[in-house]
Design a binder for this molecule. Structure first.
Ligand code: 5RP
Length: 221
């Protein structure tokens, strides 16, 4: 928890007056939102957009101004977590099921700062099963098509029912073991009818900040 907090708080140092800030989702982004809340109380003047209903609610509780995406033309910086980060700073995201909104916001952010603890660093992507958001209609058929790409699939569930995203969709977690060609794979996945988006974030991260168990923090170059 400490390693997540130190990474998140270091990232918040990049937030300045007048910015539109993307708020990530998850237990690391939580600490960034907490720190932003403190700075807003101290007088920081920013606007934010949230990558999930959960983060939006937290921000509102902390008194952080949150806008809908339709109210902003550009996002200056987004601070978000990740489930895996490889040596090229390509990511797997979506462990919390927010990958679609996260990717929309990341793709429109001038800067995406990824905050992780050291356990998320991986030589290759794929140990963490790749989340893919799919529409409920024809979910079994879409899952079969994902399987044909060479992975073992499982429909994410909660309390014995399919997990439903903020967008009313399902998540299929795909075990590819090791992902060799991430860029090609994301294209193949997104070409399947019924797939909304996948959790591969290729060349989107501009900074990666890593927190360590001993409380130290490192910005990767
Ligand atoms: C949510 C995400 C999160 O950023 C990712 O799952 C990391 O979460 P945490 O910081 O809790 O480990 O992609 O969809």
């Amino acid at each position: 928890m400490e390693s997540k907090r130190v990474a998140a708080e270091k990232a918040v140092a990049y937030v300045r007056d007048g910015m539109v800030v993307g708020l990530g989702t998850g237990s690391t982004a939580y600490w960034a939102i907490q720190k932003i809340g403190k700075r807003v109380k101290e007088g920081l003047r920013i606007k934010t957009v949230a990558t999930s209903i959960q983060s939006e609610q937290l921000a509102i509780e902390l008194g952080i101004p949150v806008l809908s995406l339709s109210e902003v033309n550009a996002i200056d910086v987004t601070i978000d977590g990740a489930d895996e980060v490889d040596g090229d700073w390509n990511l797997i995201k979506g462990g919390g099921g927010a990958l679609l909104r996260e990717k929309i916001i990341a793709a429109s952010s001038k800067e995406l700062i990824i905050v992780v603890d050291e356990s998320k660093l991986a030589p290759k992507l794929g140990k963490f099963h790749l989340p893919v958001e799919i529409v409920p209609f024809g979910a079994n058929l879409t899952r079969q098509k994902l399987h044909e790409l060479g992975c073992v699939t499982s429909l994410r569930t909660t309390q014995n029912k399919p997990f439903v995203t903020d967008n009313g969709n399902y998540i299929v977690d795909c075990d590819f073991k090791e992902i060799e060609q991430a860029e090609e794979l994301q294209t193949s996945i997104n070409l399947i009818p019924g797939v909304v988006e996948n959790g591969l974030f290729i060349r989107l991260a501009k900074k990666v900040i890593v927190g360590y168990l001993d409380g130290s923090v490192q910005e990767l170059n």
